[in-house]
Design a protein around this ligand. Structure first.
Ligand code: AMP
Ligand code: MG
Length: 352
């Protein structure tokens, strides 16, 4: 299959851009796949109400088909068709956080095929704020199932070039809308349990959600490598976000972390390995790696979240074999950062 790549400027969706989006919408309505930008990461979209489209998404990503997809909508009205009912908390959250980086899980209606929900009776729903995404959803008939637009297991794509790398020849079209804003996937909250439960941390934090809903619980498996419990979000059990080389997180006092990592870097150089470190702007000068990447200032979680996946991809591009990362606070957006970083490292953590 030839993959068409089209560039659209989110801030200037002109006639030409609308033509492209109509064409992309027709591809999806006809059962094809289109990768597109959202404010979180790039999505790999197909018609959420067409079981064949969902099967194609799993095949294109190499994703296990028991890992459900998120259904993307452009307005509240559309949701009524795909759920049994919208709980009160759903209205509250939508009012404050939609369109935006929050996914809500509700009981599904018969309109949603089990292929889309990985066999579950619940459906995950999100209304993205990216204008290209919103217009594409309208052009595609209102319901786009879209996981992140990467090959399963790799870091989620924050730029179109990474979709091209992973999905060329596997999808009909890739829409290049530039670098994404947030850089981490949406927060997922399950509204089907008595107490709403966060299944995946993201830009919208536990603190944000608790403030609005009162009692909110967090799936225990989010940061815990040793938990025997199965994650409530089926996808979270799979290896995820992993760079090609070996990544270890080093935790502890900043000086000691630098000493430990520099010691390991020295050994690695002796073995001819290419090395990388994920550091902060404060600590970067401490490291002697081949490549030191600054995720951001330690005080700026949004910046760190924004840069994390692209740093992991850059290490792949630069063929780095051995990587170390500093650890980050696991409060606020830090919970999402640490969740992704721990998975990328296969939960390899050294405490010094
Ligand atoms: P991705 O598409 O890569 O952003 O991943 C989507 C995530 O949403 C996966 O971790 C899924 O397990 C989770 N998810 C989607 N639908 C449901 C659902 N109905 N119940 C629980 N988790 C879900
Ligand atoms: Mg993903």
């Amino acid at each position: 299959m030839d993959t068409i790549v089209e560039v659209i400027d989110e801030e200037n969706i002109d006639e030409g851009a609308l033509e492209v989006l109509k064409k992309a919408g027709s591809i999806i309505k006809d059962g094809g796949l289109v990768a597109f930008p959202t404010e979180t990461v790039y999505g790999l979209g197909g018609d959420a109400l067409n079981p064949q489209s969902s099967m194609k998404i799993y095949a294109a990503k190499g994703r296990p088909s028991d890992n459900p997809l998120i259904v993307h909508v452009a307005d509240m009205e559309s949701i009524k068709k795909i759920v049994k009912e919208i709980p009160d908390a759903g209205y509250k959250l939508a009012e404050k956080y939609w369109p935006g980086p929050l996914t809500m899980i509700m009981n599904k209606s018969d309109a949603v095929p089990y292929e889309t929900t990985g066999g579950l009776d619940t459906v995950a729903i999100r209304m993205p704020s990216n204008k290209i995404a919103a217009e594409l959803i309208r052009c595609a008939g209102g319901y786009i199932a879209a996981p992140s637009a990467n090959i399963s297991g790799r870091p989620s794509p924050t730029e179109a070039k990474y979709c091209v790398e992973d999905l060329s020849g596997r999808v009909e079209m890739i829409i290049d809308g530039g670098a994404v804003g947030i850089g981490l996937e949406s927060t997922i909250i399950d509204l089907t349990s008595d107490v709403p439960m966060i299944l995946r941390p993201g830009y919208i934090t536990k603190e944000n959600l608790t403030e609005l809903l009162g009692d909110v619980s967090v799936d225990k498996t989010i940061l815990d490598a040793n938990s025997k419990a199965a994650p409530k979000a089926p996808g979270m059990k799979y290896r995820h976000y992993a760079p090609k080389g070996d990544l270890t997180i080093v935790e502890g006092d900043s000086q000691k972390v630098a000493e430990y990592i520099n010691g390991e870097l020295k050994k690695a150089k002796g073995q001819g390995l290419k090395t990388g470190v994920i550091a902060t702007s404060e600590s970067a000068p401490l490291y002697n790696a081949d490549i030191v990447k600054i995720a951001g200032s330690r005080d700026d979680e949004e910046e760190i979240a924004h840069n994390l996946f692209s740093i992991l991809r850059q290490f792949d591009d630069e063929e780095v074999n051995l990587m170390f990362s500093e650890s980050f606070d696991d409060t606020g957006i830090g919970q999402a950062i640490m969740n992704r970083l721990l998975k990328a490292a296969g939960h390899k953590v050294v405490r010094v």
